[in-house]
Write a protein that binds this ligand. Structure first.
Ligand code: SF4
Length: 699
């Protein structure tokens, strides 16, 4: 039985996709967190959230025993009941009536088991994840351009660049250690140019040479305009375009429409600012564009990603040190979920639903019922629950009744679902309240496995605390149910290292360089080698045994002809525009010291001191009758919130910012996603969470 660690434990932070290395040191009454100096993502740095990890380990609020109808039961009864009820649904309605909904908080090993069970043995594609809300657009953009979901860059490229574009990213608050690295690089090399592209003036602007406070949603036009100016000023890399890409002619022809004057008008930017922006890009030899939720959470997020990638391909700013289009993820293991097939439109190990991939995965898993079609993405999945097409849903490590758009509708739909299973650390969340069966899962510091951060770095999360109560690892829970469903042989693992080895072996199975994700070099790790695994960036294979810092250095991409694709993009503004009833546009995002629905960060008094209640920021001219500190009603066509007013002259006129963290444990009127329409990108299924017309009124 595991006991509390008495020596420092090296692990990976529980929070964002930066994936910092953490050293948890035992001290009287608990643990304190400090940065792991050996971790390549962070080199000993932590942000305030990471440094407070030791303050969030208490067991208050934890779910410590399985429950059926909110009454405690033992594991055997809970597992038997789940297996019997899932089997009954499958027998009566078929496998498509069952769905799993996972989370970037799951470890890769947990994710692998969930995906294998749903897609390989239940035989349906309905395994999706809250990563759909985070970076599904970035995935689709990379796949269109490169033929694979392949992030080209490393964090060190940010430090090596002479120009960095931060677009749709309040890096200072959402990915603070990346911001620290960038700020240090700027201090060391003041000639480095940093440009922030964001409708809001955020803390990230503190290190910016230029802030483009563009019209919300107009990013694609900005990058099409940049492409046009680079073409007109002879800044394209013609040899690169000719030898390593396809599609440039059409894309460049379309970009000609985006003159400086038209782009300035469309983006709501002064012409001189736009020219300064284009001049900085044009003069740079090494350009990185870091993009995040402001790009991805959009009804045209995939096109925005490809507009960015088009610029990098056309100017040859890719595959070299200090260059690349760099999507940064929100969660600690958003990338790991992508690797195992956590998204409903992927099968496993970056494979899709071609007959070859289905056959290959079926042979590897020794299953002849591997699903032949993609499943439902997050929004459609919960719509299917509402409509009664899905009759059993298992939600793992996430709180969709707070985080999905149109959250009240999701709640009403879930209330009608015959079987809702929730695995979670916490006993009382909006989603556990809606569950028939709740299963206590281990949390950070208690569970063992791997995560992959935004720069493709696989890193260990290590247990240094004993399992509390009857909590279990997610992979174990899933295996127990799988065995009861009759799949004992395929789910017989006793240790997460065994799962990792299978996952690594699948990534190399019949992979002749055709798939980007290949960690076959880790498939033979012993348990001890897995336990002591140092952070390593994929691919890790025979050609790259020590991992891979940067992709596309050989100018070879993953389309069959080895060439990248420039993708035609027609910029389009968000569907929901302000109107007489709802004249302002609401943008949502993180605050510096909180994480998701605050189940962990809310336990730290130090973190709560930063901002203790939900608020809305707006320009004072937009609501002169509302004073700072007033209670304000923020309403959309879908619902309303009660928030503290923060008029701020730095906000763009016509825009309102509301943080995403607060939920029903704080107030019934605090869930911002209850206001947001479930409008999604047609290619990625990612919701437009940053552009909802609202009104403000004093309470
Ligand atoms: Fe954790 Fe992200 Fe902060 Fe690093 S930057 S310590 S990963 S929250």
């Amino acid at each position: 039985k595991k006991t509390v660690a008495t020596t420092p434990a090296l692990t990976t932070c529980a929070y964002c996709g930066v994936g910092c290395g953490v050293s948890m040191q035992p001290q009287a009454g608990g643990f304190s967190a400090s940065g792991d100096k050996t971790h390549p993502a962070s080199h000993g740095r932590l942000c305030v959230k990471g440094s407070a990890l030791g303050e969030t380990l208490g067991l208050q609020g934890r779910l410590l025993q399985p429950e059926i109808d909110h009454q405690p039961v033992n594991w055997a009864l809970a597992l038997d009941t789940i297996a019997q009820r899932l089997q009954a649904v499958i027998d009566e309605h078929g496998p498509q009536a069952v769905a799993f909904y996972g989370s970037g908080q799951l470890l890769t090993e947990d994710y692998y088991v969930a995906n294998k069970l749903m897609k390989g043995f239940i035989g349906a594609g309905n395994m999706d994840t809250n990563s759909r809300l985070c970076m599904a657009s970035a995935v689709a953009g990379y796949k269109r351009a490169f033929g694979a979901d392949a992030v080209p860059c490393s964090y060190q490229d940010l430090e090596l660049a002479d120009c960095v574009l931060l677009t749709g990213s309040n890096t200072a608050w959402a990915h603070p250690v990346v911001y620290q690295r960038l700020a240090q690089a700027k201090k060391d090399r003041p000639q480095m140019r940093i440009i922030v592209i964001d409708p809001r003036q955020t803390a990230t602007c503190d290190i910016a040479d230029l802030h483009l406070a563009l019209q919300p949603g107009s990013d694609a036009a900005l990058f099409c305009g940049a492409l046009n100016v680079m073409a007109e000023s002879g800044k394209l890399d013609s040899a690169y375009l000719q030898h390593h890409t396809q599609g440039a002619e059409d894309v460049l022809r379309a970009a000609r429409d985006w003159t400086v004057a038209r782009t300035a008008a469309y983006c709501g930017l002064p012409v001189d600012q736009l020219l300064a922006f284009y001049q900085m890009i044009g003069h740079s030899q090494r350009l990185v564009t870091l993009y995040s939720m402001g790009i991805n959470q959009s009804g045209s997020g995939v096109d925005k990603c490809n507009a960015i990638i088009n610029l990098h391909l056309a100017t040859g700013h890719i595959g070299r040190a200090g260059c690349g289009p760099f999507s940064i993820t929100g969660q600690p293991n958003a990338m790991g979920g992508r690797e195992v097939g956590g998204l409903a439109n992927q099968l496993a190990s970056h494979m899709g639903f071609t007959p070859e991939d289905i056959s290959r995965v079926g042979r590897f898993w020794k299953s002849d019922v591997v699903t032949k079609t993609a499943g439902l993405n997050a929004v459609d999945l919960f719509r299917a629950v509402e409509e009664g097409r899905i009759k059993a849903v298992w939600i793992m490590g996430t709180n969709p009744l707070v985080s999905l758009p149109d959250a009240d509708r999701v709640r009403a739909g879930l209330a009608r679902c015959p079987l809702v299973i929730v695995s979670d650390m916490m006993r009382d969340t909006d989603t556990t309240r809606a569950a028939h069966i709740c299963l206590p899962a281990l949390g950070w510091g208690e569970k063992n496995g791997t995560v992959t951060n935004s720069e493709r770095c696989i890193s260990r999360q290590r247990a240094f605390l004993p399992a509390p109560g009857e909590a279990k690892p997610d992979w174990w829970i899933l295996c127990q149910v799988a065995q009861r469903l009759g799949f004992a042989e395929a789910f017989a693992w006793q240790h997460p290292a065994e799962i990792f080895r299978e996952h690594a072996a699948l990534s190399g199975f019949e992979n002749h360089g055709s798939r980007a994700f290949d960690i076959s070099g880790l498939a033979q790790l012993s348990d001890e080698e897995w336990d002591t695994l140092r952070p390593v960036q994929w691919p890790v294979n025979a050609a790259n045994p020590q991992g891979t810092t940067r992709l596309f250095t050989d100018n070879m991409f993953f389309h069959p002809d080895g060439k990248a694709r420039l993708i035609p993009v027609t910029p389009r503004l968000p569907v929901n525009q302000p109107n007489a009833a709802y004249p302002l546009i609401m943008n949502t995002g993180r605050v510096r010291d909180q994480w998701h629905t605050m189940t962990r960060t809310g336990k730290s008094a130090r973190l709560m001191q930063h901002i203790s209640e939900p608020f809305c920021q707006f320009h004072p001219d937009d609501a002169p009758q509302i004073r700072s500190g007033d209670l304000v009603r923020v309403a959309s066509s879908h619902g309303w919130l009660l928030l503290r007013a923060q008029p701020d002259p730095l906000q763009r006129r016509g825009s309102v910012f509301v943080p995403m963290h607060w939920n029903s444990r704080f107030s019934q009127q605090a869930r911002v996603d209850a206001l947001i329409e479930a409008h999604v990108d047609p290619l990625s299924g990612q919701p437009e969470s940053k552009h909802m017309p609202v009104s403000l009124s004093r309470w």
